[in-house]
Write a protein that binds this ligand. Structure first.
Ligand SMILES: [Zn+2]
Length: 313
């Protein structure tokens, strides 16, 4: 197997897990002084790619100390249980609200199947393997771990999900941001920079909490965000403002359509128009059919998450 990966600097590699399509779901590998860590894993089906990347980079599985999970959505953490079987010295770090779901994934599995369906689960997510309890460590806000000669710090980052942490890499002044600093596909890069929007995934989207989290992260003055979706971007105060603006934009759509019959469909259509509009203003020249294809997966999930949020309020 030939894994697709991108060597960034500071010993960081962005691995394309090839979940659903290329350039969609990343996992990261950090190497420092002979030791290594994964940040996020993609889903169960991504594990062969992660192992092939280790092999391609001549890193022994026993030199991997950590699997660091930003949160337990399956495109980020679904592969952890399978991956750790191959990494004899690794422990998994996860937010306290996620830990039990990794040790006993039955509820997580049922939740995912209720959102995506059994067929999707089997075909695109594969499986979910329990992680032995003694391999799971709770990542508390402010905790610092050492990897080789560098330190990595966990920061609680609720808003996209309550079980979300970001990982601050002092060496590169970068945040492994999971979904907290948004989604940004390289296909939408223009001379205006990156187009960033919020994945308002079910079931814990909370816009006000999320916006506070973004402000808190910006106090670190990050240079980079290592996005799961997709790859590293420079993350500036303009990036943060764009993300916050579109969180508000998505919420406005939800509130405007909350009493509509066929609410889900109406929200989805309105989100698509919103995204096409911001892409046009951003100078994106891809034709509309290509854009629709790239936005498609997010639209369904974002509309569902906004619906769950409306029902909760
Ligand atoms: Zn997520």
């Amino acid at each position: 197997m030939n894994p697709i990966y991108f060597d960034l600097d500071f010993g960081i590699t962005c691995i394309d897990t090839e979940h659903m399509r290329k350039d969609f779901v990343a996992a990261y590998l950090i190497e420092d002084n002979g030791r290594a860590a994964f940040v996020d894993t993609g889903c169960y089906l991504s594990v062969p790619t992660l192992l092939a990347t280790l092999d391609a980079k001549n890193i022994k599985p026993e030199n991997v100390d950590y699997i660091l999970l930003t949160h337990i959505h399956l495109d980020h953490a679904g592969g952890a249980g399978e991956l750790i079987k191959h990494l004899p010295n690794a422990t998994v770090y996860v937010h306290e609200y996620g830990a039990n779901h990794l040790i006993d994934p039955s509820k997580l599995r049922a939740g995912v199947i209720s959102v995506y369906g059994e067929l999707f689960f089997k075909q695109f997510l594969g499986d979910l393997i329990p992680i032995p309890e003694n391999k799971v460590v709770i990542a508390k806000d402010g905790d610092v771990i050492t990897l080789g000669n560098r330190t990595l710090k966990f920061i609680n980052t609720p808003g996209h999900a309550r079980h979300h942490v970001c990982i601050w890499d002092e060496k590169s002044k970068g945040l492994f941001s999971g979904d907290t600093l948004g989604v940004s596909y390289r296909e939408f890069d223009t001379d205006q920079g990156e187009l960033i929007f919020p994945p308002t995934t079910p079931v814990q989207f909370d816009p006000e909490v999320w916006k506070n989290t973004i402000q808190k992260l910006m106090a670190l003055q990050p240079k980079y965000a290592y996005l799961t979706h997709f790859n590293r971007i420079e993350f500036t105060s303009q990036s943060a403002n764009m993300l916050i603006q579109h969180i508000d934009g998505f919420v406005k759509i939800a509130n405007t359509l909350k009493n509509r019959p066929n609410r889900h469909k109406a929200i989805k259509e309105s989100l698509l128009n919103y995204l096409l509009d911001i892409a046009t203003k951003h100078g994106v020249i891809l034709d509309e059919a290509q854009q629709v294809k790239l936005f498609k997966g997010d639209l369904e999930i974002c509309a569902q998450g906004l619906g769950v949020w409306l029902d909760r309020n």
